[in-house]
Write a new protein. Sequence first.
Length: 226
Amino acid sequence: MAPLAYIEILFRGILVGIAASITVGPVAVLCIQRTLSKNRRSGIVSGIGVACADTFMAMIALFFYAMLEHQILQYATLLRIIGGIFVISVGVYIFAQNPVPQIRRNRAGRTSLWQDFASIFGLTIANFIMVIPYILAFFAVFKISAIDLSQSGGFGAFLRALLTIAGFFGGSVAWWTFLAFVINLFRRRFRPRHMLTINRVAGLIIGILGVYTILSTFFDIFPHAG
């Protein structure tokens, strides 16, 4: 397989990692709260905890794809449409949420960086019932599946899967690090109500990705890697 195809697989993994991380859910609120009430390092380490948990679940999601690859191939169009509808629903839900009350309820105590990492890792893993389908939906958005990853067989298949997971982790870490830096940069002027704007933007972006998924099912906007 051409080197550019491997780069594309890595890039798609990065996109899934970022897309799966931009929602302003409970763990994101906690990361932001820790950045504001403690310091940037606490926010970054908390974000890495989320990224590690999400990456672990992305590996499970990819394994799930591999186990059901023939069914996925048979119902690929239907699954992409369902995935798109799911992503749109999540986008609408996020757009309608108001994280301000939760931010005001949260209070970051005196914890070590390791405790910051472990606590948010556990919180993210505990939500696996919601997170894994969410990740699977974004695999559908960017047309990543075990079918494509196994086409080359042997070491090639392993490398493609590894690049997908590495890209996912890199994209997720990059997002959480970026968020912690931005929040820390404007921490003196940051107000909880600003999270409402972030929610609106995140919900809109995710909703657009869902619409894109459905449209690209019928119009090949983002072709498979070759």
